[in-house]
Design a protein around this ligand. Sequence first.
Ligand code: GTP
Length: 846
Amino acid sequence: MTIRVHELAKELKISTMALKKHLTDLGVNVKSHMSLVEDEVADKIRLKYKEQIDAEKRAERDRKRLIEMRQAAKAQKSAQEAETIKAEEPVPPVAEPVKEVPKKEEPKPVKEPEKKTPIPVKEKPAEGKPKEKPHKPVPEKPKAVPKPKPEVIPPKTAAPAKPEPRKKQEPSAPSIKPIPTPPSVEIKKEEKKFGKAKISHEELGEKSKHKKAIISSTKKAKQKLIETIEIDEAEISRNIKKTLQKSSKRKKYHREAQYVEDRSNEIVIREFTSVSELAKIMNVSPSDIISKFFMMGQLVTMNQRLDRDSLEMICDEFKVDYRFEDEYGMDIIDKEREQYNNVKEEPRPPVVTIMGHVDHGKTSILDYIRNTNVVAGESGNITQHIGAYQIEINKHKITFLDTPGHEAFTAMRARGANVTDIAVIVISATEGVKAQTREAIDHAKAAGVSIILAINKVDLPEANVDKVIAQLMEIGVYPEQYGGDIPWCRTSVVTGEGILNLIELILLTAEILELKAKRDVPASAVVIEAGMDARMGPFATILMQEGTLHKGDIVVCGAVHGRIRKMENERGAELKVLYPSDVARVYGLSDTPKAGDILNQVDSEKTARNISTERQQIRLEREKYQNKSSLQNIFARIKEEQINTLNIILKTDTDGSAEALADSFQKLSNEEVSVNIIHKSVGGISEADVSLAAASDAIIIGFHVRPSHQARKLAEEEGVQIKLYQVIYDAIDDLQNALEGMLKPEYEEQVIGSAIVKQVFKIKKVGTIAGCQVDKGVIQANCKVRLYRNDVLVTEDTISSLKHYADDVKEVRAGSECGLTLANFSDIKENDVLEAYIVNEVNKKL
Ligand SMILES: Nc1nc2c(ncn2[C@@H]2O[C@H](COP(=O)(O)OP(=O)(O)OP(=O)(O)O)[C@@H](O)[C@H]2O)c(=O)[nH]1
């Protein structure tokens, strides 16, 4: 048995070039993607890839585990810090702690004098948080000993059963973990107006200062402890790095069929490099390259730009190690930046995305935060809706990406721009965990961002926080105090409850993440959205990633460039300078960039123009090539395929539904039409899915998921069909219908009438005319007929002309006479019987 190169490549999800390289390594030379590979060789390659993929998976698992360990270490650190604080608080004279009171006694003295303020920490628990739950065991003892986190862990099942948390409790529930539970302020309830409960600056200020104090003081106080932990962390970090290095190497190898161990002789090329440019890079003459192509049956010219496959092929031919450059001009930009290598990184604000199921309150929470006067000294109306905004609380800034939830988040990731630090997952306390909650959590986890859970709408009578927590635990998401370390809070935009907690949790998480970026370097930013302003021309909403951007700076932004003419925030206020994590709408670009493009500040207008012009050219070439290649694919398929295959990419909300649907779909296959699930996974439909579908002529079926905005756009551009379902049976029915459309149609004959030949006329130049009497049904012009003589079939033919008297007619009904000729048969005799029939196409059923 054999398999074609392209088939095996498709099976392994690698390019044919990559496969060819592996085959060459095994000593097997293949000429083209249509060449046949022996099964034995194919198996060797399969095995090799399986091992490789397994190794990648293992590496990924290790990485996740290490991250978890790291988080656990941090959480533990926080818990211990919290203990110290408690221990240091002057309050508990009566407290008669319980047993293991390690530091309890000593701390009182002097150690952390700044600690005075913190009492609010204590109150916090009483506020919204349901922390009271786990503390059942510590009955009426107030001021109980702070329990280290693990002790709080309630049995998975038991937890949800418990408390009715909303009740504010007196100071009796003290054992709550204080640190991750930032002090919450009693929000005044008078202002019940939706979205209007205001948070006063003073309160926030107190809080933030307070937290700062806690963090910095605990740092000192727990010096020793931290040292030990840091040793572990250092070790963990090293492991993470090692693992990441390993896996990224493998991926590279996987994608580009390239051995990465030795990079000393590696050349860097970009897609659509011209033959002459490539010759220069490879240090060979252009005619060498042209003749190599010629030998492979391809004619190229000096200035012809080469697509990725051709470049890979030619580098392989010349036995050159190569690597693809991501975007044209990055080497120039990087070079300009080299001089800033020693610039120190400085803390930067966190970038937060709010995600969750439809209607659970994402927008409301964002608006609440935005509209309460939290914004630094600014108030007033939002003059324009921009894709991101920043708030400031006592000098602590937070940038919110105001995106339609995880769609944009996923789209950004698909473009390789992982811009979010923290994902706030909003879950309605009345509806609980839903498909998109899970999806959002999966996306956040996949992106490796910190998660904060906001259980919203707690003001409603049917709110059931415990149920939500139980549901979360069921899907493996363990909130703090419930066996996990994911910070959470209860929120309501009606009463304002918990919003402050949420902000505090964000700040605290950011603090722990120690987010940093260089400030005194040329700016780089990512485009969140872009468009055209009627008055000001093209604009881009950018999120700063590094450096400082001023009005007047020259930038290149994806395939456009310009000089920053104006920068403004969402309130239309002009900004003079942007730092890392800042967001602004910028004007002055030559054209509209694309969301996900990177904006880089460069030294000169000339550099900016050169880079953007070249990038435009490359993008154009790429588009041209993509169109061409899809046509080529079609031709290749027409030649090769005897059977009809429906390729499917299946995206679902859970693994379970993916399996169930895949199974049902596969069962619809038969010997004529086969269902080929080329990719199935959990999560929203991303651009990557659409690209894969376009490349493999697949349709995308989404179950309980939806496409990102960009994916939808791309699908329109590429003509990829996306079908979304909420009910499994609808999906199966539709697919069945689609498959039936692909079955070769069956034909069904329908006899429509008959006529007896009464007389035959032979006319020169016209031929034989049969004068007939229609005795049954109808005879139609152009219908098919069978001619019987004495009940024996003489011929099958088509009526070529039908007349009633001298007139051409479309049909003649029973009882009438007609004259007709047949297309190919003239030996008609009297008394012959003509049976007229038509052929109907019938769709086959599976
Ligand atoms: N009672 C109550 N209603 C809320 C709360 N938060 C949001 N809502 C209401 O819930 C509905 C949905 O809120 P949105 O903020 O639009 O929800 P969303 O998650 O942004 O929805 P999409 O943008 O459609 O995904 C609105 O009618 C809000 O008024 C809350 O805390 N309490």
